[in-house]
Design a binder for this molecule. Structure first.
Ligand code: NCD
Length: 311
């Protein structure tokens, strides 16, 4: 039987390491916390959680920080490399070792280089949670994305899910694709050719027998979808600024486009958005992105609690 103890001390580096039963266990734990967080409040008092964000963050940093504090943990670290000695040339290795020495029992790490979280996990004696490594992965975002789908549509199996935007450089798209491979879903990757899903992700889905299509026409794709997961073009990761200028603004999910969608379509977005979803959509029945973000809190509380050894 699956137990919270299965997660104790575990690194969370890639969404590929989590099977369906584990994901459902995490979602159930998040549901319990969302309904009534009171038994968990202060249950992990005395623990120290290090939040080391070598790349700027708003949502991920603050939701991990609030989640840890609700559990009674103290938090330390930085939300932005400009606030840390990283600007003086301090290495990832030294930073990890230092926070470990201060007694952090878990490190949440975000970095612009792929593989950074894995590296941190290899050199660290305490569990490491990957909060984004370059364009590769952001596994806890994928968990909260699936949690939000399960909550708003009742189940994940059977859904038709479009993933739109920058699938090449966007780490949330890759982690979400890996996590979806545990379910009987149909995925459409909707992107200009230059930003389509990376070969290693496509290969993984083939191995897992996940049915997917690759498309560039959003208008055509939208009619069949239950979920449209929108992502921004990752300006900071596209090597050539003229390429960014060419690709930006190609997709806009506005009310006019949504006329062609199912009434029950859920529009999701990991946020931040740039110009891919105008604010006119916010008040519509489709908009799910703020609810999605809010679900990050119980989900990250559940994860931290289990990783730290709580019941
Ligand atoms: C994303 C990220 O950092 O990868 N944001 C988030 O964590 N919610 C998405 C993005 O930056 O586009």
């Amino acid at each position: 039987m699956m137990r919270a103890a299965n997660f104790m001390g575990r690194d969370i580096i890639t969404a590929r390491n989590f099977g369906r039963r584990e994901l459902e266990f995490i979602f159930d734990a998040a549901d319990v916390l969302q309904r009534d967080p009171s038994p968990a409040l202060n249950s992990m008092r005395g623990e120290l959680v290090g939040l080391l964000f070598f790349e700027p963050s708003t949502r991920t940093y603050s939701s991990f920080s609030i989640a840890a504090q609700r559990l009674g943990c103290s938090v330390t670290g930085f939300a932005n490399p400009s606030e840390s000695s990283v600007t003086k040339g301090e290495t990832l290795y030294d930073t990890i070792k230092m926070f470990e020495g201060y007694g952090a029992r878990c490190l949440v790490v975000r970095h612009s280089m792929m593989g950074a979280a894995q590296f941190a996990a290899e050199i660290s004696d305490v569990p490491v949670i990957n909060a984004g490594d370059g364009s590769r992965e952001h596994p806890t975002q994928a968990m909260l994305d699936l949690y939000s789908m399960r909550k708003s549509l009742g189940k994940i199996d059977g859904l038709r899910i479009g993933i739109l935007g920058d699938l090449k450089y966007g780490r949330t798209a890759s982690s979400l694709s890996y996590a979806l491979a545990n379910y009987a879903v149909e995925v459409s990757f909707i992107a200009p050719e230059a930003l389509q899903i990376r070969p290693e992700v496509a290969m993984y889905l083939k191995e897992k027998n996940l049915r997917y299509t690759v498309q560039s026409d959003l208008k055509e794709a939208i009619a069949n979808l239950d979920v449209l997961y929108v992502t921004r073009i990752q300006k900071e990761r596209i090597p050539d600024p003229t390429e960014y200028e060419r690709l930006r603004g190609l997709y806009r999910v506005d009310l006019d486009l949504l006329k062609g969608a199912k009434e029950t379509l859920k529009v999701m977005h990991p946020l931040p958005r740039v110009d891919e979803i105008p604010s006119e959509v916010d008040g519509s029945r489709y908009a799910s992105y703020f609810m999605q973000a809010a679900g990050g809190l119980p989900l990250r509380m559940a994860l931290l609690k289990m990783v730290l050894g709580g019941e």
